[in-house]
Design a protein around this ligand. Structure first.
Ligand code: HEC
Ligand code: HEC
Ligand code: HEC
Length: 119
């Protein structure tokens, strides 16, 4: 009997911490699930933001390069702090290629699969 109560209170404790951790995650602003990125002369990109957050686990992989703010890539390009296609080539496509070479789940490397009309 005592053992069972002990087990129950351990499980209870774990559940309580899970709820607290969950609350912290939802308290963080994760931004939109799908973000439309301006593709210049090409079609816009429907970027699956939350899928990247789940697959990569680290916000700074991207937000070291541009802040977590809507329109930040366009703003940095206007200010000349990022070159045209810099994020695309050195970041998006570079990672997709690296993951493909490693045989891991990855995203598109062909123009039309990123620059397309609908998600
Ligand atoms: C693979 C790249 C990538 C990762 C990883 C990533 N983001 Fe983003 N995030 C973007 C892009 C791209 C934008 C849009 C920037 C723009 O509009 O120029 C953005 C925009 C945002 C925005 C502002 C737009 C909005 O919808 O409110 C927030 C907030 C944000 N990100 C939060 C996060 C958080 C929190 C994490 C980690 C849990 C994260 N991001 C991980 C690429 C990423
Ligand atoms: C993995 C997704 C992805 C792929 C694949 C991709 N692009 Fe892009 N492209 C982007 C993103 C994101 C931007 C906006 C950020 C930037 O300029 O770096 C962009 C921007 C552009 C721009 C506009 C630059 C500007 O500021 O005017 C052009 C033009 C472009 N891409 C052409 C291409 C061509 C051509 C290909 C194929 C060889 C291609 N893209 C493949 C994601 C992609
Ligand atoms: C550090 C690695 C990394 C970076 C940086 C990254 N991606 Fe991805 N991308 C992935 C992975 C991993 C997946 C597969 C996720 C999954 O399967 O859930 C993916 C999937 C995608 C898909 C989904 C393709 C489909 O099957 O629907 C698109 C579109 C995409 N990425 C575009 C982008 C764009 C645009 C950028 C730059 C703004 C970017 N990615 C930056 C790793 C990355």
């Amino acid at each position: 009997m005592n053992k069972n109560w002990f087990a129950l209170s351990v499980i209870g404790g774990l559940l309580t911490s899970a709820v607290i951790i969950g609350a912290n995650v939802t308290a963080q602003n994760k931004g939109a699930e799908i973000i439309l990125i301006n593709g210049g002369k090409m079609r816009d990109i429907h970027f699956p933001h939350h899928r990247h957050q789940n697959a990569l686990g680290d916000c700074n992989v991207c937000h070291n390069l541009f802040p977590a703010k809507a329109g930040s890539i366009a703003e940095l390009k206007e200010q000349g702090k990022l070159k045209k296609k810099q994020v695309m080539e050195a970041h998006c496509i570079a990672c997709h290629k690296k993951k493909k070479a490693a045989g891991e789940r990855t995203g598109p490397t062909s123009c039309a699969r990123c620059h397309r009309r609908s998600g």
